[in-house]
Design a protein around this ligand. Structure first.
Ligand code: ADP
Length: 300
């Protein structure tokens, strides 16, 4: 029996891709797609040729996070062309193929696997320095498929995104163990939504009366600071939103023997950048989270 013809085609496609990175998470909603999107923006800003492949078939959020909602994939004689944000940042997602973005994709495993295979076989990426693969949460069919299909061409490793809560960390252990079982190196763990940080002057201030009513005193506080203590205007206020008394992702990473890449705070500006499909590195738009993300990316 000869080699699997699909794998031969995939190997040909991947021959022009230098590095392949998977972005994983144990749970949904922890910021995996946000991280994949910002990682891709950052690599592209460093002048690398970047491809972002969204294989979260049931919940593709990548088109929106890259500002590409409503775009279509085109077919050329070389294959499916990714949708380009910039000439060096191409994106492929099932989100581009859905006639109605509000419609749920209810597909069973084999059909999902079929699409992932088709993405790998048919998308013409050209020369890439990095292919970032945004996987769905958990360890299911899609994960096994992508690993099996890319195994022969080599996967550089996986980045696991989590929040500091125990419920999310428990699932990270499963992700790490999945990677170990399938032989994918864990490049590291990112703790996202690690406390809330924003400029003090962006907060709202409330005064609670004795009867328990809240009154908005934001203007009064800001006026007071401006006049009496202007040096406080530059402060960034941070608060531990989630309980990380267990040591969070850093301790867990140490215990599991995988690198810890760093913490990214909950930053309203990063949420806005993701909603608007923008990079948070341009124009200092995410003053709080961008430096943290940058440090993480530099470690890779
Ligand atoms: P996942 O891919 O893990 O399901 P998303 O990346 O879709 O999660 O993130 C869920 C929501 O949280 C999105 O609205 C996103 O903009 C927001 N978000 C993610 N990380 C942060 C952060 N560090 N600060 C603020 N909002 C964030």
């Amino acid at each position: 029996k000869g080699p699997d013809p699909d794998l031969v085609v995939i190997a040909e496609r991947m021959a022009t891709v230098k590095h392949k990175i998977l972005v994983l998470s144990g749970k949904g909603g922890v910021g995996k797609s946000t991280f994949s999107a910002q990682l891709s923006f950052a690599l592209a800003a460093m002048d690398f040729q970047v491809g972002l492949l969204d294989i979260d078939i049931c919940g593709p959020s990548i088109p929106k996070m890259l500002g590409l909602e409503g775009q279509d994939v085109h077919q050329s004689n070389l294959g499916w062309s990714p949708v380009y944000v910039e000439s060096n940042l191409g994106v492929m997602s099932v989100g581009f193929m859905l006639p109605n973005p509000d419609e749920a994709v209810i597909w069973r495993g084999p059909r999902k696997n079929g699409l992932i295979k088709q993405f790998l076989k048919d998308v013409y990426w050209g020369e890439l320095d990095f292919l970032v693969v945004d996987a769905p949460p958990g360890t299911s069919d899609e994960h096994i498929s992508i690993v099996q299909l890319l195994e022969a061409t080599g996967i550089d490793g996986a980045i696991i995104v989590t929040t500091p809560q125990q419920v999310s960390l428990i699932d990270v252990r499963k992700e790490v163990s999945f990677c170990k079982k399938v032989g994918v190196q864990v490049l590291g763990v990112v703790e996202n939504m690690s406390g809330l940080c924003q400029p003090m002057m962006d907060f709202k201030f409330m005064r609670m009366s004795e009867t328990g009513e809240h009154r908005d005193v934001t203007e009064w506080v800001k006026e007071y600071v401006r006049e009496k203590a202007p040096e406080l205007q530059n402060l960034i206020a941070c608060s531990e939103v989630f309980d990380s008394s267990g040591g969070g992702a850093e301790k867990m990473s140490r215990e599991m023997g995988v690198p810890f890449l760093g913490k990214v705070p909950l930053d309203p500006q990063l949420c806005k950048a993701a909603e608007e499909g923008r990079s948070c590195f341009i124009d200092q738009k995410c003053g709080v989270s961008a430096p943290a993300l940058k440090m993480i990316i530099e470690k890779l």
